[in-house]
Design a protein around this ligand. Structure first.
Ligand SMILES: Nc1ncnc2c1ncn2[C@@H]1O[C@H](COP(=O)(O)OP(=O)(O)OP(=O)(O)O)[C@@H](O)[C@H]1O
Length: 502
């Protein structure tokens, strides 16, 4: 699909430059004869940054090299290997490259030349393309001993949007920063190279005996939204963690690059949902609470559903939506929950409708779910912006939490609270964060290290404000392929009539 898209883009560029198809049997993916008509000025501009040569095997005049970032490259009109057939109707057959310049010089205002593009369908993936990716890792060529040329490399940070300009080499791609596309491209590790490198770094989990702390490794379903509900299925999570340790998840691809497209936000558009994730105790709730207090008109949270009895001080629709077991199970069956679970015989869950309600109020919905549930809302409808809250290095974690007299508190099945402030718990939090990042890192838009709470909050708030105000945002390409189908059922003909498909 991408290849076809790029192909059509190139075709459009050619058409816009007044080119005429000159093939009796026109086939999109066959070799095309393109008669390109350009002003002498634009021709010179186009040929700047390109060299031509005579193909020794065929004798044809071909474009030998396009300098990345040069005028020829930027024009998108000619490509390496393209054959120059005619200039102003004069055949270039049996001519030498040096005979071509006088031919061009004789032209008045306009030059027409016939090109046979070199690409085929297979080659499309390696030719220049408007392919944008968001980097999911930091890259510093100074720390990379295998880079062929440090000066030719591109430094980037996780989250940077890069335009990939060449994927010809399997190991080193060429790319430029989005905001700096006028300067030449630089080398970056290809997806394959980065994946290979990460695979070679032996995962810590495989070689360290893991202590599974029930309070730190959380169940997938109920988390902070249902703080008391987490204990009931911790064993499941512990098992999952052990499976991870045993390498069951070794097939998970490390985060490399994600293909993105621009999303032009209109003022009438609803806000993107903000998902905060992180290991238990890292400070997700604290950050959420501070956001809500700082700007209650801008931020909102979902109201969960529960099947337990309403307490005297609680209000329907404010603390919870109190529903019957039957109703809750109906909602489960109709896939209305993002996450749900049970605790002490009662169901708790966060529904999609509760997110819609916050969005409809014109607020930014702050969601706090286990990372395994992100996929549930990873659609163009919610356009989630995922923030991963990460613990700092152990020394800072120890210092900041102890200074705040913080103890991790965990409720046992018996209802007893136990307090954990041991070194091991901090280490568990860090290990869990690493595993989360490894498993779900490709879904994270932003990573906030929560060392000093005031700085972490400032960083989060300013980042969210930037995102909400930006007119152009880069979102995963996969969201653009979500289609909405509007259909009506005709009773007369007993058929479904599609009235809109976008
Ligand atoms: N940067 C920080 N420095 C010191 N204390 C912090 C910091 N961040 C959070 N805390 C404190 O740590 C405790 C746990 O934080 P919080 O409840 O936000 O964690 P959480 O990630 O939501 O975990 P859980 O889901 O288990 O509640 C709270 O008392 C909070 O005030």
């Amino acid at each position: 699909m991408l290849q076809a898209h790029i192909y059509i883009k190139r075709l459009t560029a050619l058409i816009n430059s007044t080119c005429y198809f000159h093939s009796p049997s026109f086939d999109l993916f066959a070799s095309l004869h393109l008669l390109v008509c350009l002003s002498i000025h634009s021709l010179i501009t186009v040929l700047k940054g390109a060299t031509i040569k005579r193909d020794t095997s065929t004798g044809a005049i071909v474009v030998a090299r396009i300098m990345r970032g040069g005028a020829a490259d930027k024009s998108g009109l000619i490509h390496e290997g393209d054959e120059l057939r005619e200039v102003n109707g004069v055949s270039l057959e049996h001519r030498k490259p040096k005979e071509i310049l006088p031919l061009l010089a004789r032209s008045k205002d306009e030059v027409r030349f016939k090109i046979i593009p070199a690409y085929s369908r297979e080659e499309m993936s390696t030719t220049k393309q408007k392919l944008f990716v968001r980097a999911l890792f930091d890259y510093d060529p100074n720390q990379d001993p295998s880079i062929p040329c440090k000066d030719a490399a591109l430094t980037f940070k996780r989250g940077d949007v890069l335009q990939i300009v060449s994927m010809e080499d399997d190991t080193w791609w060429q790319a430029c920063h989005l905001e700096d596309s006028n300067s030449g491209a630089g080398l970056i590790p290809s997806k394959e190279l980065h994946e290979r490198r990460v695979a070679l770094q032996r995962p810590k989990a495989l070689f360290q005996p893991q202590r599974v702390n029930p309070c730190v490794s959380l169940p997938a379903g109920l988390r902070r939204s249902f703080r008391l509900g987490r204990k009931s299925s911790w064993a499941k999570e512990a098992a999952r963690f052990r499976r991870w340790s045993a390498g069951v998840h070794s097939s998970i691809c490390p985060p490399t690059y994600i293909e993105v497209i621009p999303y032009h936000r209109e003022p009438k558009d609803r806000h993107r949902v903000v998902i905060l994730v992180g290991p238990s105790g890292v400070g997700v709730n604290e950050l959420k609470r501070r956001l809500l207090i700082s700007d209650p008109d801008r931020y909102g949270v979902t109201v969960p559903h529960t099947t337990r009895e309403k307490k005297r001080q609680e209000s329907e629709g404010v603390d919870y939506h109190f529903v019957s077991v039957h109703m809750f199970e109906e909602l489960i069956l109709s896939h209305r929950f993002i996450e749900y679970g049970s605790y002490r015989g009662h169901y708790y869950g966060t529904s999609l409708d509760s997110v819609h309600r916050v969005m409809a109020e014109g607020k930014v919905c702050l969601l706090d779910v286990h990372p395994s549930k992100i996929k549930r809302v990873y659609t163009s409808e919610f356009k989630p912006y995922v923030v991963f809250v990460k613990p700092p290095r152990i020394e800072e974690l120890r210092l900041t939490r102890r200074r705040a007299k913080f103890n991790l508190c965990c409720l046992m099945d018996t209802g007893d609270a136990i307090f954990l402030s041991q070194e091991a718990d901090f280490q568990d939090m860090i290990d869990l964060a690493e595993n989360m990042e490894r498993q779900y890192g490709h879904l994270f838009d932003k990573v906030i290290v929560n060392g000093d709470i005031a700085s972490a909050f400032r960083e989060l708030r300013s980042d969210l404000e930037k995102i909400q105000e930006a007119r152009v945002q880069w979102v995963p390409t996969e969201w653009s392929f979500f289609c909405q189908l509007h259909a009506i059922w005709s009773r007369d003909t007993n058929t479904i009539i599609i009235i809109n498909f976008c």
